[in-house]
Design a protein around this ligand. Structure first.
Ligand code: HDL
Ligand code: ZN
Length: 415
């Protein structure tokens, strides 16, 4: 074992964190087999819905008029409003610059046409290889919708790049059951009007069919801030009678991403969602009632983070993950990560990228690894102050846990 001196510690932690391959447990990325679902390049980076929201705060264009523009015209407007007419200091803007820089482009030229040319000339597979290598991401966990247009890709049996792993995402089923039930009937599942044993069995058959096709690592859903369990709702019945039994039978975690408030401004599209404080009682009820189920949980409201961290101290079947969406900013990543390490040690998955565009992996991980690395330096210094020896191999173990092994170990965990 190599014991690190106090002088050696900071550089060693930064080097170990940078060298650690990442499993990115929640993204919206796809490999080329999924066609237009795979997003990459400058225009996609600039029209990421985070930047659309920020642009429309300045632009005199109405959202409706913005959506009538071509993707290139939208990107040009974002570039003009957020990068040229004022400094790109927001996290989403800075992210674009970091991604361009890590692709070897000179942001000093501000030559948007040159950036576009370089990335557009890159074949998709080479682009993926380049970004995954540069971001040191070895496993990309997707978000896959059995009710969405990607169905056809799965039904075709197309081979999926082994670096990309599926997740069975069930928002339509759990958040809009009446409409989904009609789809299930269309697809040949005899789900009845009433919640009968036959209905339960047919929904479970639908789920198992897609588990067979996708071979998902876990089952996921995004719940509104108003999420309640149990209650007299389709959602609660589906969770109790179908989702949790499926997850127990397959030893898959159920990932709940809680705290979205509906589209408060629908005109903004994906940028129109709001955050809301949710109720931890419902998460507690699930943990107490289903001791043989594993749960990934991330919450969208800053106000929910402390309660969620304390709850994780009570239940080993709960794995807290990520600084999600409106929390994926340096000030909040720092706040949340310190709190989690101080209350959970390394038994947490501190970050996921939520990337929608391939090139975003570069900035989302570069920014988060730097922040998490500096916090780890503080924490190792704190225990070194007590006389504890800091061993290099033990830092490597801890960092591997945080960025990869906690995830895969939790998938295998038996309750
Ligand atoms: O529901 C989700 O998975 C969220 O991450 C949404 O996709 C959201 O629009 C997003 O992209 N957040 O980063
Ligand atoms: Zn997401």
């Amino acid at each position: 074992m190599t014991t690190l001196t106090r002088e050696q510690l900071p550089a060693a932690v930064r080097q170990i964190v940078a060298a650690q391959p990442i499993t990115d447990m929640h993204t919206h990325l796809y490999p080329p087999a999924f066609g237009a679902n795979m997003l990459r390049g400058v225009d996609e980076l600039l029209t990421y819905h985070y930047l659309v929201a920020e642009t429309l705060r300045w632009s005199t264009l109405s959202p409706e008029a913005f959506w009538l523009l071509s993707k290139r015209e939208q990107a040009d407007l974002v570039w003009q409003e957020l990068f040229l007419a004022r400094s790109p200091i927001s996290e989403a803007c800075r992210g674009v610059l970091t991604s361009l820089q890590l692709m070897g482009l000179d942001t000093g030229t501000r030559d948007l046409a040159a950036y576009r040319r370089t990335l557009e000339e890159m074949p998709a597979e080479a682009h993926i290889d380049r970004v995954l290598a540069q971001a040191n991401v070895e496993s990309v966990v997707m978000t896959n919708d059995a009710f969405g247009d990607e169905r056809d890709v799965w039904l075709s049996g197309a081979a999926v790049d082994p670096r990309f792993h599926a997740v069975l995402r069930l928002d339509p089923l759990l958040n809009d059951y009446p409409r989904s039930r009609r789809k299930l009937i269309e697809w040949g599942y005899a789900v009845e009007e009433e919640w009968t044993e036959q209905s339960k069995a047919e929904v479970r058959r639908f789920l198992m069919d897609w588990v067979g096709r996708m071979k998902p690592l876990y089952v996921a859903v995004s719940f509104p801030s108003t999420f309640v369990f149990p209650d007299d709702s389709d959602r609660s019945r589906l969770i109790a009678d179908c989702i949790l039994p499926l997850c127990r039978d397959t030893n898959m975690p159920f990932a709940m991403m809680i705290g979205v408030r509906g589209k408060v401004n629908p005109a903004l599209g994906d940028a129109g969602y709001m955050v809301g404080r949710a109720d931890l009682e419902s998460v507690t009820n699930l943990l107490q009632r289903y001791p043989r189920n594993k749960f990934f949980v991330t919450m969208l409201s800053r106000e929910n983070q402390h309660e969620l961290t304390v709850l994780a101290r009570k239940f080993g079947q709960l794995m807290v993950f990520g600084c999600w969406w409106f929390l994926n900013n340096p000030v909040l990543i720092g706040d949340m990560t310190r709190m989690r390490l101080e209350m959970l040690g390394t038994s947490v998955i501190p970050q996921h990228s939520d990337a929608r565009i391939l090139d975003q992996l570069l900035y989302k991980w570069s920014h988060s690894k730097r922040l998490i690395g500096e916090i780890l330096i503080d924490k190792y210094n704190d225990i070194a102050d007590t006389g504890w020896r800091i061993e290099r191999a033990e830092i490597e173990r801890d960092v591997a846990d945080l960025f990869k092994d906690n995830f895969w170990r939790f998938l295998k965990k038996k309750l």
